[in-house]
Design a protein around this ligand. Structure first.
Ligand SMILES: [Mg+2]
Length: 240
């Protein structure tokens, strides 16, 4: 674990109106960092792989985990549809039960909690936007020991990723503009959701997927993400 410098408070300037009206700086416009959970905050791949193996066994499916994993980031129902699986509720029941049984296999990525604590100390507002249901997301987030101002899951209203809905709803929760926010994900659906929500995107290079072109900013590690946020292009007066 390398030492992480404590960042200074970001100097983010709001976009001023082009018509010459007086710029209005909202005191609540501290920058917002929204993060995906699986593959960004927590390494849950061993959990998912074990749970899917039980689905294969219990339901006699020959869909390999690698095929399931190609669609990670989307809501479970959407993944089932893409895999042409029809007994969705039965499979979901097996998968959710197994995910709970194997939850002890989840691991934090090195440095994740430290980065979040550093950003919170620098007045960043933190939130989570995940396709994992709240009852399984909540215990994993609790282990990080970080206070998130919002957690958006498929349990709420709206469409799942790659639709922009959960990111936009998180911004509503925080009273934040898209231009004040940045989303960190690890799958192409995360990149698409951020783009459609109008927020900046950083790809977590330590996660499970590859970004699609045009190439986004990529953070190689949680510590690298912190460096990008406190010294990189996101503090030059705009998150974009
Ligand atoms: Mg992910």
């Amino acid at each position: 674990m390398e030492n992480l410098a404590m960042p200074s408070r970001p100097t983010h300037s709001p976009p001023y109106p082009a018509d010459g009206a007086s710029p209005h700086r909202d005191a609540e416009r501290a920058p917002v960092l929204l993060l995906d959970l699986d593959g960004v905050l927590v390494d849950t791949r061993p959990v998912m792989e074990s749970a899917w193996r039980r689905v294969q066994e219990d339901h006699g499916l020959d869909v390999p985990f690698e095929e399931y994993a190609r669609h990670l980031g989307r809501p479970f129902t959407e993944i089932m549809s893409r895999l042409d699986l029809v007994e969705v509720e039965k499979i979901r029941h097996t998968y959710e039960k197994a995910s709970t049984d194997f939850s002890h296999l989840a691991r934090q990525f090195d440095g994740t909690a430290e980065v979040l604590h550093s950003l919170a100390a620098a007045d960043w507002r933190l939130g989570v936007v995940t396709s994992k249901p709240l009852d399984r997301a909540d215990p994993l987030l609790s282990r990080l020991g970080v206070s998130f101002a919002t957690v958006r899951t498929p349990d709420g209203v709206g469409r799942g990723k790659p639709a922009p809905d959960p990111i936009l709803l998180a911004l509503v929760d925080l009273g934040a503009d898209p231009s004040d926010a940045l989303y960190v994900g690890d799958m192409a659906v995360d990149q698409e959701a951020a783009h459609r929500a109008g927020v900046s995107y950083v790809h977590a290079g330590w996660g499970y997927g590859r970004p699609v072109g045009p190439a986004p900013v990529i953070a190689a590690s949680p510590a690298d993400l912190l460096r990008l946020l406190v010294t990189g292009p996101f503090l030059e007066g705009s998150l974009l």
